[in-house]
Design a protein around this ligand. Structure first.
Ligand code: G6P
Length: 354
Protein backbone atom coordinates (compact mmCIF):
# COMPACT_ATOMS: atom_id res chain seq x y z
CA UNK A 1 0.00 0.00 0.00
CA UNK A 2 2.94 2.32 0.56
CA UNK A 3 3.29 2.47 -3.21
CA UNK A 4 -0.12 4.07 -3.50
CA UNK A 5 1.10 7.39 -2.02
CA UNK A 6 -2.08 7.87 -0.02
CA UNK A 7 -4.49 6.96 -2.82
CA UNK A 8 -6.92 4.09 -2.27
CA UNK A 9 -6.05 2.54 -5.60
CA UNK A 10 -3.16 2.49 -8.01
CA UNK A 11 -5.61 3.41 -10.73
CA UNK A 12 -6.46 6.74 -9.11
CA UNK A 13 -2.81 7.37 -8.36
CA UNK A 14 -1.89 6.68 -11.97
CA UNK A 15 -4.70 8.88 -13.30
CA UNK A 16 -3.27 11.65 -11.15
CA UNK A 17 0.26 10.98 -12.34
CA UNK A 18 -0.64 11.88 -15.90
CA UNK A 19 0.70 15.44 -15.95
CA UNK A 20 4.10 14.09 -14.91
CA UNK A 21 3.93 11.16 -17.30
CA UNK A 22 3.12 13.47 -20.19
CA UNK A 23 5.94 15.85 -19.26
CA UNK A 24 8.35 12.95 -19.30
CA UNK A 25 7.08 11.82 -22.68
CA UNK A 26 7.61 15.30 -24.13
CA UNK A 27 10.92 16.04 -22.40
CA UNK A 28 13.70 16.87 -24.82
CA UNK A 29 11.58 15.96 -27.82
CA UNK A 30 9.99 19.30 -28.74
CA UNK A 31 12.41 22.16 -29.19
CA UNK A 32 11.97 25.56 -27.57
CA UNK A 33 10.90 27.28 -30.78
CA UNK A 34 8.19 24.67 -31.38
CA UNK A 35 9.68 23.97 -34.77
CA UNK A 36 11.35 20.60 -34.46
CA UNK A 37 10.37 17.33 -32.90
CA UNK A 38 13.27 15.04 -32.27
CA UNK A 39 12.88 11.51 -31.05
CA UNK A 40 16.42 10.29 -30.44
CA UNK A 41 15.43 6.65 -30.68
CA UNK A 42 14.29 6.99 -34.30
CA UNK A 43 16.87 9.42 -35.58
CA UNK A 44 18.08 6.86 -38.15
CA UNK A 45 14.64 5.80 -39.27
CA UNK A 46 13.57 6.91 -42.74
CA UNK A 47 10.15 8.40 -43.41
CA UNK A 48 7.91 5.39 -44.06
CA UNK A 49 5.75 5.05 -47.16
CA UNK A 50 3.07 3.35 -45.10
CA UNK A 51 2.46 2.58 -41.46
CA UNK A 52 0.61 -0.34 -39.91
CA UNK A 53 -0.19 -0.22 -36.22
CA UNK A 54 -0.75 -3.45 -34.31
CA UNK A 55 -1.97 -3.44 -30.71
CA UNK A 56 -4.48 -4.79 -28.17
CA UNK A 57 -6.85 -3.31 -25.63
CA UNK A 58 -6.15 0.23 -24.55
CA UNK A 59 -3.04 0.33 -26.70
CA UNK A 60 -5.21 -0.44 -29.73
CA UNK A 61 -7.27 2.64 -29.00
CA UNK A 62 -4.11 4.75 -28.78
CA UNK A 63 -3.05 3.20 -32.09
CA UNK A 64 -6.35 4.21 -33.73
CA UNK A 65 -5.65 7.75 -32.64
CA UNK A 66 -2.04 7.57 -33.81
CA UNK A 67 -2.92 6.19 -37.25
CA UNK A 68 -5.41 8.97 -37.76
CA UNK A 69 -2.66 11.49 -37.05
CA UNK A 70 -0.25 9.81 -39.47
CA UNK A 71 -2.95 9.95 -42.17
CA UNK A 72 -3.48 13.64 -41.50
CA UNK A 73 0.26 14.04 -42.03
CA UNK A 74 -0.17 12.42 -45.44
CA UNK A 75 1.13 8.94 -44.62
CA UNK A 76 -0.99 5.92 -45.44
CA UNK A 77 -1.68 4.40 -42.04
CA UNK A 78 -3.86 1.55 -40.80
CA UNK A 79 -4.59 0.06 -37.41
CA UNK A 80 -5.04 -3.65 -36.69
CA UNK A 81 -6.03 -5.55 -33.62
CA UNK A 82 -2.86 -7.56 -33.15
CA UNK A 83 -4.86 -10.78 -32.75
CA UNK A 84 -6.43 -10.19 -36.18
CA UNK A 85 -3.25 -9.24 -37.98
CA UNK A 86 -1.64 -11.64 -40.37
CA UNK A 87 1.23 -10.25 -42.38
CA UNK A 88 0.44 -12.71 -45.18
CA UNK A 89 -2.94 -11.16 -45.85
CA UNK A 90 -2.07 -7.50 -45.40
CA UNK A 91 -0.40 -6.02 -48.48
CA UNK A 92 2.94 -4.57 -47.53
CA UNK A 93 4.91 -2.39 -49.92
CA UNK A 94 8.47 -1.11 -49.80
CA UNK A 95 9.13 1.07 -46.79
CA UNK A 96 6.31 -0.16 -44.58
CA UNK A 97 6.80 0.53 -40.91
CA UNK A 98 4.88 -1.72 -38.51
CA UNK A 99 4.45 -0.14 -35.09
CA UNK A 100 3.53 -2.31 -32.12
CA UNK A 101 1.94 -0.18 -29.43
CA UNK A 102 2.32 -2.09 -26.19
CA UNK A 103 2.63 -0.70 -22.71
CA UNK A 104 4.22 -3.84 -21.31
CA UNK A 105 6.09 -4.85 -24.44
CA UNK A 106 5.12 -8.45 -23.66
CA UNK A 107 1.60 -8.97 -25.04
CA UNK A 108 1.63 -12.25 -26.97
CA UNK A 109 -0.76 -11.14 -29.72
CA UNK A 110 1.27 -8.03 -30.40
CA UNK A 111 4.57 -9.88 -30.30
CA UNK A 112 3.34 -12.44 -32.81
CA UNK A 113 2.09 -9.71 -35.16
CA UNK A 114 5.43 -7.88 -34.94
CA UNK A 115 7.40 -11.08 -35.60
CA UNK A 116 5.26 -11.86 -38.63
CA UNK A 117 5.64 -8.34 -39.96
CA UNK A 118 9.38 -8.53 -39.51
CA UNK A 119 9.56 -11.88 -41.30
CA UNK A 120 7.54 -10.36 -44.15
CA UNK A 121 10.17 -7.67 -44.58
CA UNK A 122 8.70 -4.73 -42.69
CA UNK A 123 10.70 -2.45 -40.46
CA UNK A 124 9.31 -2.79 -36.94
CA UNK A 125 9.08 -0.34 -34.09
CA UNK A 126 7.98 -0.98 -30.52
CA UNK A 127 6.19 1.93 -28.87
CA UNK A 128 6.41 0.81 -25.29
CA UNK A 129 6.71 1.83 -21.67
CA UNK A 130 9.16 -0.85 -20.65
CA UNK A 131 12.85 -0.57 -21.44
CA UNK A 132 14.29 -4.00 -22.20
CA UNK A 133 10.87 -5.58 -22.83
CA UNK A 134 10.51 -8.29 -25.48
CA UNK A 135 9.04 -5.80 -27.96
CA UNK A 136 11.84 -3.31 -27.34
CA UNK A 137 14.48 -6.01 -27.78
CA UNK A 138 13.04 -7.72 -30.82
CA UNK A 139 11.93 -4.78 -32.94
CA UNK A 140 14.28 -2.86 -35.21
CA UNK A 141 13.49 0.30 -33.25
CA UNK A 142 11.94 1.17 -29.90
CA UNK A 143 10.38 4.43 -28.83
CA UNK A 144 9.69 4.81 -25.13
CA UNK A 145 6.57 6.52 -23.87
CA UNK A 146 8.20 7.18 -20.46
CA UNK A 147 4.98 7.04 -18.46
CA UNK A 148 6.61 5.41 -15.43
CA UNK A 149 5.46 2.09 -13.94
CA UNK A 150 1.76 1.31 -14.29
CA UNK A 151 0.49 -1.17 -11.69
CA UNK A 152 -3.28 -1.03 -12.08
CA UNK A 153 -4.55 -3.62 -14.57
CA UNK A 154 -6.70 -0.97 -16.24
CA UNK A 155 -4.32 1.17 -18.25
CA UNK A 156 -4.72 4.92 -17.73
CA UNK A 157 -1.61 7.04 -17.80
CA UNK A 158 -0.01 5.00 -20.54
CA UNK A 159 -2.91 5.72 -22.92
CA UNK A 160 -2.34 9.48 -23.05
CA UNK A 161 1.41 8.97 -23.25
CA UNK A 162 0.97 6.58 -26.18
CA UNK A 163 -1.20 9.13 -27.97
CA UNK A 164 1.39 11.86 -27.46
CA UNK A 165 4.21 9.52 -28.47
CA UNK A 166 2.41 8.73 -31.73
CA UNK A 167 2.03 12.43 -32.54
CA UNK A 168 5.69 13.05 -31.73
CA UNK A 169 6.80 10.08 -33.80
CA UNK A 170 4.77 11.12 -36.85
CA UNK A 171 6.01 14.69 -36.59
CA UNK A 172 9.63 13.59 -36.17
CA UNK A 173 9.46 11.17 -39.10
CA UNK A 174 7.71 13.55 -41.44
CA UNK A 175 9.70 16.56 -40.35
CA UNK A 176 6.90 19.09 -40.65
CA UNK A 177 5.76 20.60 -37.39
CA UNK A 178 2.49 22.38 -36.74
CA UNK A 179 3.49 24.99 -34.19
CA UNK A 180 0.05 25.39 -32.67
CA UNK A 181 -0.15 21.64 -32.18
CA UNK A 182 3.27 21.52 -30.55
CA UNK A 183 2.31 24.41 -28.29
CA UNK A 184 -0.80 22.49 -27.29
CA UNK A 185 1.28 19.39 -26.53
CA UNK A 186 3.53 21.46 -24.32
CA UNK A 187 0.44 22.79 -22.52
CA UNK A 188 -1.11 19.33 -22.21
CA UNK A 189 0.28 18.42 -18.77
CA UNK A 190 -1.16 21.64 -17.32
CA UNK A 191 -4.51 21.10 -19.02
CA UNK A 192 -4.73 17.59 -17.61
CA UNK A 193 -3.83 19.01 -14.19
CA UNK A 194 -6.70 21.50 -14.50
CA UNK A 195 -9.10 18.62 -15.13
CA UNK A 196 -7.72 16.66 -12.18
CA UNK A 197 -8.09 19.68 -9.90
CA UNK A 198 -11.61 20.64 -10.93
CA UNK A 199 -13.35 17.50 -12.23
CA UNK A 200 -16.96 16.90 -11.32
CA UNK A 201 -16.70 13.31 -12.48
CA UNK A 202 -17.46 12.01 -9.00
CA UNK A 203 -20.87 13.76 -8.96
CA UNK A 204 -21.64 12.46 -12.44
CA UNK A 205 -20.69 8.93 -11.38
CA UNK A 206 -23.02 9.25 -8.41
CA UNK A 207 -25.88 10.45 -10.61
CA UNK A 208 -25.65 7.46 -12.96
CA UNK A 209 -24.58 4.73 -10.58
CA UNK A 210 -27.72 2.68 -11.14
CA UNK A 211 -27.56 2.49 -14.92
CA UNK A 212 -27.12 -1.00 -16.37
CA UNK A 213 -25.45 0.29 -19.49
CA UNK A 214 -23.31 3.27 -20.49
CA UNK A 215 -22.68 4.59 -23.98
CA UNK A 216 -19.83 6.76 -25.19
CA UNK A 217 -19.79 8.59 -28.51
CA UNK A 218 -17.24 10.66 -30.37
CA UNK A 219 -16.01 11.46 -33.87
CA UNK A 220 -12.55 11.79 -35.34
CA UNK A 221 -9.88 11.80 -32.65
CA UNK A 222 -12.65 11.47 -30.08
CA UNK A 223 -13.78 8.13 -31.50
CA UNK A 224 -10.91 6.08 -30.01
CA UNK A 225 -11.46 7.93 -26.75
CA UNK A 226 -15.12 6.82 -26.76
CA UNK A 227 -13.97 3.22 -27.29
CA UNK A 228 -11.39 3.54 -24.54
CA UNK A 229 -13.87 5.02 -22.06
CA UNK A 230 -16.22 2.10 -22.68
CA UNK A 231 -13.41 -0.41 -22.22
CA UNK A 232 -12.34 1.24 -18.96
CA UNK A 233 -15.93 1.19 -17.71
CA UNK A 234 -16.38 -2.50 -18.56
CA UNK A 235 -13.07 -3.51 -17.01
CA UNK A 236 -13.53 -1.93 -13.62
CA UNK A 237 -17.28 -1.46 -13.05
CA UNK A 238 -18.42 -4.81 -14.55
CA UNK A 239 -21.28 -2.94 -16.20
CA UNK A 240 -22.15 -3.03 -19.84
CA UNK A 241 -20.59 -0.16 -21.75
CA UNK A 242 -20.14 0.53 -25.45
CA UNK A 243 -18.25 3.12 -27.38
CA UNK A 244 -19.45 4.19 -30.81
CA UNK A 245 -18.46 6.49 -33.58
CA UNK A 246 -21.07 9.19 -33.00
CA UNK A 247 -22.23 8.97 -36.61
CA UNK A 248 -22.94 5.26 -36.27
CA UNK A 249 -25.41 5.74 -33.44
CA UNK A 250 -28.28 6.19 -35.87
CA UNK A 251 -27.31 3.04 -37.79
CA UNK A 252 -28.20 0.72 -34.93
CA UNK A 253 -27.19 1.52 -31.36
CA UNK A 254 -29.82 4.27 -31.10
CA UNK A 255 -32.38 1.48 -30.72
CA UNK A 256 -30.87 0.80 -27.30
CA UNK A 257 -31.11 4.37 -26.06
CA UNK A 258 -33.73 4.93 -23.37
CA UNK A 259 -33.95 7.16 -20.33
CA UNK A 260 -31.92 4.53 -18.49
CA UNK A 261 -28.87 4.64 -20.75
CA UNK A 262 -26.56 7.56 -20.05
CA UNK A 263 -24.75 8.68 -23.17
CA UNK A 264 -21.38 10.35 -22.68
CA UNK A 265 -20.66 12.58 -25.68
CA UNK A 266 -17.18 13.81 -26.49
CA UNK A 267 -17.84 17.31 -27.74
CA UNK A 268 -14.55 19.10 -28.10
CA UNK A 269 -14.27 22.00 -30.53
CA UNK A 270 -13.25 21.26 -34.09
CA UNK A 271 -14.60 20.10 -37.43
CA UNK A 272 -16.66 17.34 -35.82
CA UNK A 273 -18.36 19.41 -33.16
CA UNK A 274 -21.61 20.32 -34.94
CA UNK A 275 -22.25 16.85 -36.28
CA UNK A 276 -21.63 15.26 -32.91
CA UNK A 277 -24.00 17.78 -31.38
CA UNK A 278 -26.68 16.73 -33.83
CA UNK A 279 -26.15 13.11 -32.74
CA UNK A 280 -26.59 14.29 -29.18
CA UNK A 281 -29.92 15.82 -30.15
CA UNK A 282 -31.00 12.40 -31.44
CA UNK A 283 -30.20 10.94 -28.02
CA UNK A 284 -31.99 13.74 -26.25
CA UNK A 285 -35.09 13.24 -28.40
CA UNK A 286 -35.23 9.62 -27.16
CA UNK A 287 -35.01 10.73 -23.56
CA UNK A 288 -31.45 9.46 -23.06
CA UNK A 289 -29.47 11.35 -20.43
CA UNK A 290 -26.54 13.19 -22.01
CA UNK A 291 -23.26 13.93 -20.31
CA UNK A 292 -21.14 16.25 -22.45
CA UNK A 293 -17.38 16.24 -22.09
CA UNK A 294 -16.63 19.57 -23.65
CA UNK A 295 -14.52 22.67 -23.96
CA UNK A 296 -17.55 24.57 -25.24
CA UNK A 297 -20.04 24.52 -22.35
CA UNK A 298 -22.15 27.35 -23.76
CA UNK A 299 -22.75 25.57 -27.04
CA UNK A 300 -23.95 22.38 -25.37
CA UNK A 301 -26.23 24.12 -22.91
CA UNK A 302 -29.76 22.92 -23.42
CA UNK A 303 -28.63 19.55 -24.78
CA UNK A 304 -26.65 18.12 -21.90
CA UNK A 305 -27.91 16.97 -18.52
CA UNK A 306 -24.40 17.17 -17.12
CA UNK A 307 -21.25 18.86 -18.34
CA UNK A 308 -17.70 17.73 -17.66
CA UNK A 309 -15.59 20.64 -18.73
CA UNK A 310 -12.12 20.54 -20.24
CA UNK A 311 -9.84 23.50 -21.03
CA UNK A 312 -9.72 24.79 -24.60
CA UNK A 313 -6.78 23.58 -26.63
CA UNK A 314 -5.84 22.33 -30.11
CA UNK A 315 -8.54 20.06 -31.53
CA UNK A 316 -6.09 17.15 -31.95
CA UNK A 317 -5.03 17.35 -28.32
CA UNK A 318 -8.41 18.04 -26.69
CA UNK A 319 -9.54 14.38 -26.83
CA UNK A 320 -6.51 13.38 -24.75
CA UNK A 321 -7.65 15.81 -22.07
CA UNK A 322 -11.31 14.79 -22.37
CA UNK A 323 -10.35 11.16 -21.79
CA UNK A 324 -9.16 12.00 -18.28
CA UNK A 325 -12.70 13.05 -17.29
CA UNK A 326 -14.01 9.68 -18.43
CA UNK A 327 -11.25 7.76 -16.65
CA UNK A 328 -12.42 9.49 -13.48
CA UNK A 329 -16.09 8.71 -14.14
CA UNK A 330 -15.35 4.99 -14.53
CA UNK A 331 -13.13 5.04 -11.46
CA UNK A 332 -15.76 6.67 -9.25
CA UNK A 333 -18.54 4.37 -10.45
CA UNK A 334 -16.37 1.32 -9.73
CA UNK A 335 -15.33 2.76 -6.40
CA UNK A 336 -18.91 3.30 -5.26
CA UNK A 337 -19.79 -0.22 -6.39
CA UNK A 338 -16.95 -1.59 -4.29
CA UNK A 339 -15.18 -3.29 -7.18
CA UNK A 340 -11.58 -4.51 -6.82
CA UNK A 341 -10.44 -1.70 -9.08
CA UNK A 342 -6.76 -2.48 -9.42
CA UNK A 343 -7.30 -6.19 -10.11
CA UNK A 344 -10.57 -6.73 -11.95
CA UNK A 345 -11.79 -10.30 -12.10
CA UNK A 346 -10.57 -12.41 -15.03
CA UNK A 347 -8.13 -9.78 -16.29
CA UNK A 348 -4.35 -9.56 -16.25
CA UNK A 349 -2.02 -6.62 -16.69
CA UNK A 350 -0.03 -8.37 -19.34
CA UNK A 351 -1.46 -11.21 -21.41
CA UNK A 352 1.24 -13.56 -22.61
CA UNK A 353 -0.97 -16.13 -24.35
CA UNK A 354 -2.69 -15.80 -27.72
C1 G6P B 1 -4.21 -6.45 -21.16
C2 G6P B 1 -4.49 -5.34 -20.17
C3 G6P B 1 -4.98 -4.08 -20.91
C4 G6P B 1 -4.00 -3.70 -21.99
C5 G6P B 1 -3.75 -4.86 -22.95
C6 G6P B 1 -2.61 -4.56 -23.90
O1 G6P B 1 -5.42 -6.92 -21.68
O2 G6P B 1 -5.43 -5.73 -19.21
O3 G6P B 1 -5.09 -3.01 -19.98
O4 G6P B 1 -4.49 -2.59 -22.70
O5 G6P B 1 -3.37 -6.02 -22.23
O6 G6P B 1 -1.43 -4.45 -23.15
P1 G6P B 1 -0.08 -3.83 -23.69
O7 G6P B 1 0.91 -4.07 -22.59
O8 G6P B 1 0.27 -4.59 -24.93
O9 G6P B 1 -0.32 -2.40 -23.97
Amino acid sequence: DAGKSGYNHYMLKEINEQPRALRQCLRGRVNELLRIVQVDEVINLETPNAVQFVACGTSYHAALYGAQFFRECGVMAQTFLASEYTAATVPMGEGTLVIGVTQSGETADTMRALREASAAGATTLAMTNVVGSSAARECDHAMYIRAGPEISVAATKTFGSQQVAAVLLATALIGVADQSLLAALRGLPDHVQTVLDSSRARDVAEAYLDADSYFFIGRGYNMPVALEAALKTKEITYKHAEGFAAGELKHGPLALVTEDTPVFALLTAGVNFEKTLSNVREVEARGGPVIAVTDSPKEVKGYADHVLEVPETHSTVAPIVANVQLQLVSYWIANRLGRPIDKPRNLAKSVTVE
